[in-house]
Design a protein around this ligand. Structure first.
Ligand SMILES: [Cu+2]
Length: 673
């Protein structure tokens, strides 16, 4: 409490303020289109210039959740799974600067967003539907996390930041630092972040325990990026991210994680104006390796002790060329990767006379992909433009483990170790400017290959519906026809955007109960095998508005709603009900304050997938922040309260019905020089 008081004193006693120095941004590669086709979420980064509005040291997950297109499935306080347009991660492509990375956990404990930190990133680019198919087949769309870098500067510049944060609810401590040096010919950025949190506490509900057991985590992340200018036209860049999480609890799952470790490395070559009509040629080679170790030793009661490690290694490349010719702005991307995924399950029976049981849950599967993607944006006239995107890819799977293959052959006697698929996508979008309006209408067709779990998974327990899942190597590609529409209006102090998209998915992949096969997990209800529904439909709608009636005041409102229904009376799981967020903020002389309310209606739950209906809820948050300038450095202090009234609630995206965090008071202190 004393520290908090001291902090409030610092917060209000110093009163000077200065403008943040603007840094030269590294030119963006996606300058193909004159209008915005995707949503950009700016990640609050201690080195960024716009820190006022956000809880700067919040997790990347909390930033992604701001998008009306994204929901985060929560299995605890750590490593939320980003769903785009109401669809789980198998149906989207998530990349870091265009690099494909695949999780190493059979239980989705480690979406690739869990292996980076805000300090590594500057923004997230979210693309809907087939526009997201540049680096591989997708149904829902894509998220590309854009690396932060200071870039080349005309005048040599040295800078950095140090930051610390504390969150009262789970005693989370956040520390970190970043350093950067930029010069006309080279730049280098390094950063380090550490987070450590205890169990979090749910809101108040009489008769309910506050503390959510097994929700602690600890995370270390460090990254470096360096660029070198070979000549006026060519640059090379190398990037490295190392992330390590230990002692991560998952209250929504029967197991925790003792180690989740990732090494993500790349080298890149950029060639500006390589040929006539071409303005950029960018080529990258990359490599990443992920180790994931699940651990149930902290759990007091388990039916049987087990170890479940998993590994994922990916090598890949892309080369993209963009240019302009007359009224065409075009881009061609050639990309490829090879991923290897292995996961094991070792069970240790209580009876020492019984033998340990060993199983490959991912049977050492190699996935080889190469694809070509083309885009052309044609300006038909000053107000009207047409975007056409098309792609084709070859997707090849191989089961490398003999024992893994023979285990799957119990259920699929004719199973061959290899399978090749052709993936295709084609989409088009018309954009029309009409005064202050921009209307966009689009449609697309595309398909995706089944994931390793869907194709080759072996006895993967889903605790939500309590079934063991078995993959199906005979699945056809899942195909989608999607339509989207958006209309936005912008004048000086007001903007609004309404958006809707509809996905009609053919051969929708989903687990369905199969009688006659006993489950492996003794407590499971039975077995589900991945099958294909003839069709399924998902509708996503959203409305966002922003209004600044006076210079210092800003009000915003966001509403979104999704609906998902499949054939055979299947209510699709994890579909967001009507959700809203309203906020008002005031900003003057480096002082910023914001009050927000967010909530949702009850969800349409899918009983088949073990979902329970969650009642409607609303919570309130407040945030304060103050900027101070001290000579050439800047000091930012933030204080906020989330879930102000300590409301007890849980929503459709809380795995296994775990409650969300109760009242949380946070402080962020950031020093930049
Ligand atoms: Cu796991």
């Amino acid at each position: 409490m004393r520290q908090l008081f001291l902090l409030i004193c610092i917060f209000f006693s110093v009163n000077f303020y200065a403008q943040t120095p603007d840094s030269l941004a590294f030119p963006s590669i996606d300058s193909i289109s004159p209008q915005e086709l995707n949503e950009i979420i700016i990640i609050g980064n201690p080195a960024a210039n716009t820190l006022k509005k956000d809880k700067a040291l919040g997790s990347l997950d909390s930033y992604l959740e701001k998008s009306n297109s994204v929901n985060m499935v929560k299995r605890g306080a750590y490593a939320w799974e980003p769903m785009i347009n109401g669809m789980s991660t198998e149906r989207s492509v998530i990349t870091i600067d265009g690099m494909r990375i695949f999780n190493a956990c059979t239980d989705k404990m480690d979406p690739i967003t869990s292996y980076v930190e805000n300090t590594n990133l500057s923004s997230a680019k979210i693309t809907d539907g087939q526009s997201g198919a540049e680096f591989g087949g997708t149904i829902a769309g894509s998220i590309d996390l854009i690396r932060k870098k200071s870039g080349f500067q005309i005048k040599p510049e040295f800078g950095g930041s140090a930051f610390a944060g504390f969150e009262s609810n789970n005693n989370q401590q956040i520390y970190g630092t970043s350093l950067n040096y930029s010069a006309p010919k080279y730049f280098i950025d390094v950063d380090f972040t550490f987070r450590d949190a205890d169990n979090y506490k749910a809101g108040h509900k009489s008769g309910e325990k506050k503390e959510v057991d097994f929700s602690q985590f600890r995370k270390y992340n460090t990254s470096a990026i360096a660029g070198f200018k070979l000549n006026a036209k060519q640059e090379i860049e190398a990037s490295l991210i190392y992330d390590k999480a230990t002692d991560v609890g998952y209250p929504g799952l029967p197991m925790d994680v003792s180690l989740a470790e990732a090494l993500i490395a790349s080298v890149q070559h950029r060639y500006k104006n390589p040929f006539k009509h071409f303005n950029l040629w960018e080529t990258k080679a990359y490599f990443n390796t992920i180790t994931h170790v699940m651990d149930d030793t902290p759990r007091p009661i388990v039916p049987i002790r087990m170890d479940m490690p998993g590994w994922s290694k990916t090598q890949g490349f892309y080369s993209k060329l963009s240019g302009r010719y007359n009224n065409h702005a075009f881009k061609a991307t050639l990309s490829g990767y090879r991923n290897n995924s292995i996961a094991e399950m070792i069970m240790y029976p209580e009876d020492p006379d019984e033998k340990d049981m060993y199983m490959l849950t991912w049977p050492d599967v190699n996935t080889l992909y190469s694809g070509l993607s083309l885009a052309d944006n044609i300006s038909l006239n000053a107000d009207l433009s047409l975007l056409i995107e098309a792609g084709i890819g070859i997707h090849h799977n191989k089961i490398r483990s003999k024992s893994g293959l023979s285990s799957l052959q119990i259920y699929y006697p004719d199973l061959s170790p290899t399978k090749t698929r052709i993936l295709k996508n084609l989409s088009t979008r018309l954009s029309y400017f009409q005064g202050n309006f921009l209307h966009e209408i689009g449609m697309g067709y595309g398909d995706r290959a089944p994931s390793v779990s869907e194709g080759y998974g072996f006895y993967l327990l889903n605790i939500n519906d309590n079934y063991d899942y078995i993959g199906n190597p005979n699945l056809k590609n899942e195909k989608s026809i999607n339509f989207d529409f958006s209309s936005s209006y912008e004048i000086q102090n007001f903007s609004a955007k309404i958006k809707a998209n509809y996905f009609y998915i053919l051969d929708y992949i989903i687990g369905k109960p199969r009688l006659g096969i006993p489950p492996m997990n003794i407590t499971a209800n039975g077995i589900k095998v991945y099958e294909q529904l003839n069709h399924a439909s998902i509708l996503n709608t959203s409305l966002g508005m922003n209004y600044s009636p006076f210079l210092d005041w800003n009000f915003s409102a966001d509403f979104s709603y999704r609906y998902g229904q499949g054939a055979k009376n299947t209510i699709l799981p994890l579909i967001q009900p009507f959700t809203y967020k309203l906020s008002g903020s005031f900003e003057k002389h480096g002082f910023f304050t914001e009050i927000s309310v967010e909530g949702s209606m009850k969800n349409r739950n899918s009983l088949e997938f073990g979902e329970i209906q969650k009642p409607a809820y609303a919570i309130a948050n407040i945030a304060l922040s103050k900027d101070f300038a001290i000579k050439n450095s800047q000091f930012i202090a933030k204080l906020g309260v989330q879930n102000l009234f300590d409301h007890y609630y849980s929503t459709f995206d809380d795995w296994f019905g775990i409650p969300k965090m109760g009242r949380n008071i946070y402080t962020n202190l950031i020093f930049k020089f």
